[in-house]
Design a protein around this ligand. Structure first.
Ligand code: FAD
Ligand code: DHB
Length: 389
């Protein structure tokens, strides 16, 4: 097979790129290791920055998002029983949208299928060849049958465990990593959200987050030691722990019910440099991971896709290669700012095993400063709603 852009990975990054390229007549083929149902069954991010919302609109896949997404003008940060209310729209002029990654992915699959887009599922053994030449190609197998795609460019959108990043030789690739000594235990439950806005909670019992998907679907998280197993967390134990970690006036209103999904995600900060090598470009989790505090994972994948899409468009439509040559540098500049914000939010709100009384005083001072200082609130709000592309 032949295509202009071969895309490895059918998560939000790969699908969004494929759909955007389609709108300007650039061909692509998406290769996905899992089945569509598997990809759609993963419960992940829930908050979209305006930049991501605009990209979905640009890609022509915003109808359901615009109808069903919830505009959130702010969020709450709680410090034990105290609520610090931040109004993003007042502070920055921009709200965020609550619309799950599952729904984003579903809308993108539907659009690609409607447009006759080529997506191959259950591919194995993808290998990128000759990325440093003008004629790169991919080989892979589907149900035991060997296949090949010749292309102009390869987009590595295959997440943290993909093959794309590893294709860049060790003596070129630099990796920066911080692994945190805890994970997030998350549950989804068919109960009304406890509050109309998200609550990020710092408490003596550890971090908790109250989020939502819709009026009768709540998403809650609590920080847990990395050694904990999901099986050790009954629903009752989860609800009990969550109640201890959120302000008493909020806990009183919490409606509990059976969980319909429960999983633990480890927390990690990770960046690989450069984000391109010859005709291979890395996007999203293939190039970087953030801890989820601050909701930057999916949104940072989206800004990569924006830069790569603009670069490919300029190449094919205007013969201008400056975007392609500058992709890695441009993307990394924004990636590192998202890394900084996620790392800062994580440090502000979690309990660390080696944290002493002094460190806790520092957290408290920072939270009090945030409560009392509108400039500090503005800095948080600007980062949360998303830095400009
Ligand atoms: P992915 O969504 O990982 O998609 C990559 C795709 O490539 C996958 O479908 C995978 O099957 C496929 N693939 C992998 N290897 C190959 C291969 N060799 N060949 C072909 N296909 C391949 N972000 C938040 O903001 N909030 C959250 O609450 C949140 N929770 C998360 C929980 C978990 C468990 C994880 C892993 C991530 C979470 N994130 C969260 C991060 C967010 O979901 C990611 O940033 C986002 O999914 C990135 O999209 P992506 O398309 O780049 O990568
Ligand atoms: C959700 C996840 C996040 O990491 C976050 O910061 C906000 C919301 C969520 O899954 O709803």
């Amino acid at each position: 097979m032949k295509t202009q852009v071969a895309i490895i990975g059918g998560g939000p990054s790969g699908l969004l790129l494929s759909q955007l390229l389609h709108t300007v007549g650039i061909s692509s083929i998406v290769l996905e290791r899992k089945t569509k149902d598997y990809v759609l069954g993963r419960i992940r991010a829930g908050v979209l920055e305006q930049g991501m919302v605009n990209l979905m609109r640009r890609a022509g896949v915003s109808e359901r998002m615009d109808a069903e997404g919830y505009v959130h003008n702010g969020t709450v940060i709680s410090n034990a029983d105290e609520l610090i209310e931040l109004n993003f729209t007042k502070l920055t002029g921009t709200p965020v949208l609550v619309y799950g990654q599952t729904e984003v992915t579903r809308d993108l699959y539907e659009a690609r299928e409607k447009a006759g887009g080529q997506i191959e599922f259950e591919v194995e053994d993808v290998v990128i060849h000759d990325a440093k030449t003008d004629a790169p190609y991919l080989t892979y197998t589907v149900h035991g049958e060997e296949r090949r795609i010749d292309c102009d460019y390869v987009a590595g959108c295959d997440g943290f465990h993909g093959v794309s990043r590893q294709t860049i030789p060790d003596d070129v690739r630099q990796e920066f990593e911080k692994v945190y000594p805890f994970g997030w235990l998350g549950i989804l439950s068919e109960t009304p959200p406890v509050h109309h806005e998200l609550i990020y909670s710092n408490s003596p019992h550890g971090f908790a987050l109250c989020s939502m998907r819709n009026a009768n679907l709540s998403r809650y998280y609590v920080q847990v030691p990395l050694t904990d197993k999901v099986e050790e967390w009954s629903d009752d134990r989860f609800w009990g722990e969550l109640k201890k970690r959120i302000p008493a006036e909020v806990a009183e209103k919490l409606v509990t019910g059976p969980s319909i999904e429960k999983s633990i995600a480890p927390l990690r900060s990770f960046v690989t440099e450069p984000m391109s090598w010859g005709r291979l470009f890395l996007c999203g989790d293939a190039a970087h991971i953030v801890p989820p505090t601050g909701a930057k994972g999916l949104n940072t994948a989206a800004s990569d896709i924006h830069y790569l899409f603009e670069a490919l468009k300029a190449h094919y439509l205007e013969g201008d290669d400056s975007g392609i040559e500058g992709y890695s540098e441009k993307a990394l500049l924004r990636v590192w700012k998202a890394e900084r914000f996620s790392w800062w939010m994580t440090n502000l709100l979690h309990r660390f095993p080696d944290q002493g009384p002094f460190d806790i005083k520092m957290q408290q001072a920072e939270l009090n400063f945030l409560r009392d200082n509108e400039d500090a609130q503005k800095v948080l709000a600007q980062n949360y709603v998303g830095l400009p592309y």
